[in-house]
Every structure is written in structure tokens, then in C-alpha cells.
Design a protein around this ligand. Structure first.
Ligand code: VGL
Length: 180
């Protein structure tokens, strides 16, 4: 069975300079680019919200569809991405999990491609990476979270660590990029 890299929300608004910037959000980009060569399939998700999304009642406005902030970080090697997915596209749709994609059925896509293992990277550890990893395990994929290719919002100090612990307990394996 094939290995897939699932790149979660490495978008301008989550990187330094963006509206919901994660301090080290862009430092994972070269690590992710290297991982693209170690897998069979590369998928990237994008948060893609309507401007009046109710999701913004709890967050600064970010990743509004078609805006600069919603674009993938320009450092990502976009030529190697096989499939883009969009999530959070409905008015009341938080879209934390990659499996909430609305342009394709991600489980169907992965099964059609004969993907058995998912390597999850991107932003943010305590929100979209967490939700995607927990769903991936539930759906029966061998799920790896690449700990040096993710970064946390850390609204409260330690949120990222807590999320990693939760993912591990749920059955995700925590690995470093060099071990992929
Ligand atoms: C995310 C906070 C709010 C994420 C999305 O991509 O992890 N975090 N919306």
C-alpha cells in the first residue's frame, strides 16, 4: 500500500505576517518539501472560509477564500502536490479536519489511490493537525505525525504538547522527518 503526505494548512495567514500567525509556521516548509520525495502521494489542505464565516466568532479573520492569506506558503514546492483540498467552506463550517474537505471525499480519494499510511505535517498542531490525525486513525489509516514538521498556535502554553499526547494515545505514531 502507498504512503501519502498530508500537508495541513501551510497557508500565508498561519505563517509570520499572517492574520493568525504561528511563530515558527514557516520553518517547517523546507522539512515538508524534503518529505515530498519520500512518499507516493502528496495532498495539501487549505482552510477556505467565506468572509462572513461564523468560525470567525472565535478566531481572527483568516484564510478567506481567494485571498492572499489563504494561499499556500510560497516556499512550498507546489509542483509536487497531487491533490489540493478545501475545507471550512460553508458558513458554519469550522473545517478543522482535513477529512472535512468539501471539494473531494478525502477517504474515497485515499482508498482509490491505495493509501495505507498517512504522514501528517503542517499547521496547527493543536487544531487542524490534531483533528486530521484523530480522524485518520478512526478511519483506519496508519497515521504518523511528523513532530518536526508541525507547529502549534499555543493559545495556552502547552496546548501543542497536550495535542501530541492525545494523538499518541489515540494511536498515532510520532516520528521525526529523518525517520520517514
Ligand atoms: C486552524 C485555528 C483556527 C488550523 C484553523 O489550521 O489549525 N487553527 N483555524
Amino acid at each position: 500500500m502507498k504512503k501519502a503526505l498530508l500537508i495541513v494548512d501551510v497557508q500565508n495567514d498561519f505563517c509570520p505576517g499572517g492574520s493568525l500567525a504561528i511563530k515558527e509556521g514557516n520553518q517547517i516548509v523546507p522539512v515538508i518539501n524534503n518529505l515530498m520525495d519520500k512518499v507516493d502521494v502528496v495532498i495539501a489542505t487549505q482552510d477556505w472560509h467565506p468572509h462572513d464565516s461564523t468560525h470567525f466568532q472565535g478566531w481572527p479573520v483568516h484564510c478567506v477564500a481567494e485571498t492572499e492569506g489563504a494561499k499556500l506558503n510560497p516556499g512550498l514546492n507546489q509542483d509536487k502536490i497531487d491533490q489540493l483540498t478545501f475545507k471550512g467552506t460553508g458558513l458554519d463550517d469550522h473545517g478543522y479536519s482535513a477529512f472535512d474537505a468539501t471539494n473531494i471525499s478525502l477517504p474515497d480519494y485515499l482508498r482509490e489511490q491505495n493509501v495505507g499510511s498517512l504522514y501528517i505535517v503542517g499547521l496547527a498542531t493543536d487544531y487542524c493537525v490534531r483533528a486530521s490525525a484523530l480522524d485518520a486513525v478512526k478511519l483506519g489509516f496508519h497515521t504518523y505525525v511528523v513532530t518536526d514538521a508541525i507547529a502549534a498556535v499555543d493559545l495556552e502554553e502547552g496546548d501543542g504538547k497536550k495535542a501530541l499526547n492525545e494523538m499518541y494515545k489515540a494511536g498515532c505514531l510520532l516520528v521525526e522527518a529523518k525517520d520517514v
